[in-house]
Design a protein around this ligand. Structure first.
Ligand code: URA
Length: 207
C-alpha cells in the first residue's frame, strides 16, 4: 500500500474550513470540492498518456490525452460530494457507485448497491470517500472491486485515521491512498479525532 499525504497550504486551509463546526453545509461542500480537486491532481500524476498529432492555429505539434481514464467510484453517501469534481477533472471517465450500510446482525459493512462494470480486469479505479476511519467499509468496497478483476485502486479521502490505514495495509489489497491529513485516531464512537464530524451530515444535513 502506498500512502501520500497531500500537505499543501490550500489543502490545509480547505480542510480547516471543513473541520470548523461553524462551517455550514454549503461551505463545507465547497471546501470538499476544492480539496477533491487537489487530491485528484496529485493522484493522477502518473496516468499514462496517448499521443496524437494535432494542429494549433499556428503549426503542427503533439497532443496528449489519457490513455486509460480510471473508473471513478464514489462511496455513498459521503463520497457523492467528491464525485462531480473528480468527474470534471476526468471527463472521459466512467462512474460506478457503491452503497454501503451496516448489517445490523453482523455489524459489518455490507453493500446494498454496487453499480459497477461486470469486469474490471486491466482497469484502474479511483474510490472517493472523504473519511477513512476504521477502514471497514473501504476494505469491503475495495474487495468488491478486486473481485471484479482490478489490480489498481486509488482511494481519495479528505482525512484518514491511523487505525484505518493499518487495516487497509493488513488487507493486502492493491491500494494507493491519497489524503490531506492523517489525524490522531478514532474515539469510542469511531469518529476521527480531531476530524470534522460526520462527513455525510456536514454535506447534506442530518437526515
Ligand atoms: N465517518 C465520518 O463521517 N466521520 C468520522 O469521523 C468517521 C467516519
Amino acid at each position: 500500500m502506498q500512502l501520500t499525504v497531500v500537505d499543501h497550504p490550500l489543502a490545509r486551509a480547505r480542510l480547516s474550513r471543513m473541520r470548523d463546526e461553524r462551517t455550514d453545509n454549503a461551505n463545507f461542500r465547497a471546501a470538499l470540492r476544492d480539496l477533491t480537486q487537489m487530491l485528484v491532481y496529485e493522484a493522477t500524476r502518473e496516468l499514462q498518456l496517448a499521443e496524437e498529432p494535432i494542429n494549433t492555429p499556428v503549426t503542427g505539434t503533439t497532443g496528449y490525452s489519457l490513455a486509460a481514464p480510471p473508473l471513478i467510484v464514489p462511496v455513498l453517501r459521503a463520497g457523492l460530494g467528491m464525485a462531480d469534481t473528480a468527474h470534471r477533472m476526468l471527463p472521459e471517465s466512467q462512474m460506478g457507485f457503491v452503497g454501503l450500510a451496516r448489517d445490523e446482525e453482523t455489524f459489518q459493512p455490507k453493500a446494498y448497491m454496487a453499480s459497477l462494470p461486470e469486469s474490471l480486469v486491466g482497469r484502474e479505479v479511483f474510490v472517493l470517500d472523504p473519511m477513512l476511519a476504521t477502514g471497514g467499509s473501504l476494505v469491503n468496497c475495495c474487495t468488491l472491486l478486486t473481485d471484479r478483476g482490478t489490480t489498481s485502486i486509488t482511494v481519495l479521502c479528505a482525512l484518514a485515521a491511523p487505525e484505518g490505514l493499518k487495516r487497509l495495509e493488513e488487507s493486502g489489497l492493491p491500494l494507493r491512498i491519497f489524503t490531506a491529513s492523517v489525524d490522531q485516531g478514532l474515539n469510542d464512537k469511531a469518529y476521527i479525532v480531531p476530524g470534522l464530524g460526520d462527513a455525510g451530515d456536514r454535506q447534506f444535513g442530518a437526515v
